[in-house]
Design a protein around this ligand. Sequence first.
Ligand code: ZN
Length: 67
Amino acid sequence: MRVKCVICDKIESIDDYSPQAKKLRNRPIHTYMCPECRSRITEKTGKRVETGKFFVFRSGNKKEWLH
Ligand SMILES: [Zn+2]
Protein backbone atom coordinates (compact mmCIF):
# COMPACT_ATOMS: atom_id res chain seq x y z
CA MET A 1 0.00 0.00 0.00
CA ARG A 2 1.06 3.60 -0.57
CA VAL A 3 1.49 5.86 2.43
CA LYS A 4 2.38 9.51 2.86
CA CYS A 5 4.70 10.78 5.57
CA VAL A 6 2.95 13.35 7.74
CA ILE A 7 6.19 15.31 8.27
CA CYS A 8 7.91 15.53 4.87
CA ASP A 9 5.02 14.48 2.55
CA LYS A 10 7.17 11.77 1.03
CA ILE A 11 5.15 8.97 -0.56
CA GLU A 12 6.38 5.54 0.37
CA SER A 13 5.16 2.12 -0.42
CA ILE A 14 5.04 -0.51 2.29
CA ASP A 15 4.25 -4.19 2.23
CA ASP A 16 0.49 -4.79 2.39
CA TYR A 17 1.00 -7.63 4.82
CA SER A 18 3.45 -5.94 7.17
CA PRO A 19 2.32 -5.21 10.75
CA GLN A 20 2.67 -1.50 9.98
CA ALA A 21 0.27 -1.68 7.05
CA LYS A 22 -2.23 -3.54 9.17
CA LYS A 23 -2.01 -0.82 11.83
CA LEU A 24 -2.40 1.97 9.28
CA ARG A 25 -5.50 0.41 7.77
CA ASN A 26 -7.20 0.77 11.15
CA ARG A 27 -6.20 4.42 11.51
CA PRO A 28 -6.29 7.56 9.36
CA ILE A 29 -3.51 7.49 6.77
CA HIS A 30 -1.95 10.74 8.01
CA THR A 31 -0.50 9.03 11.07
CA TYR A 32 2.27 7.54 8.94
CA MET A 33 5.83 8.75 9.50
CA CYS A 34 8.70 7.64 7.29
CA PRO A 35 11.64 5.95 9.07
CA GLU A 36 13.81 9.03 8.47
CA CYS A 37 11.43 11.44 10.21
CA ARG A 38 10.62 8.93 12.90
CA SER A 39 14.27 8.54 13.89
CA ARG A 40 14.79 12.31 13.74
CA ILE A 41 11.91 12.88 16.14
CA THR A 42 12.98 10.08 18.45
CA GLU A 43 16.46 11.60 18.55
CA LYS A 44 15.14 15.09 19.31
CA THR A 45 12.87 13.88 22.09
CA GLY A 46 15.71 11.90 23.63
CA LYS A 47 18.01 14.92 23.58
CA ARG A 48 15.38 17.19 25.12
CA VAL A 49 14.94 14.83 28.05
CA GLU A 50 18.71 14.50 28.46
CA THR A 51 19.35 18.25 28.70
CA GLY A 52 16.48 18.74 31.12
CA LYS A 53 14.84 21.31 28.85
CA PHE A 54 11.68 19.36 28.69
CA PHE A 55 8.60 21.03 30.03
CA VAL A 56 4.84 20.70 29.98
CA PHE A 57 2.04 23.21 29.97
CA ARG A 58 -0.39 22.84 32.80
CA SER A 59 -3.62 24.76 33.34
CA GLY A 60 -3.03 28.51 33.28
CA ASN A 61 -0.29 28.15 30.65
CA LYS A 62 2.39 28.07 33.31
CA LYS A 63 5.61 26.40 32.30
CA GLU A 64 6.55 23.57 34.57
CA TRP A 65 9.92 21.93 34.32
CA LEU A 66 10.19 18.21 34.63
CA HIS A 67 12.96 16.93 36.84
ZN1 ZN B 1 9.22 11.86 6.42
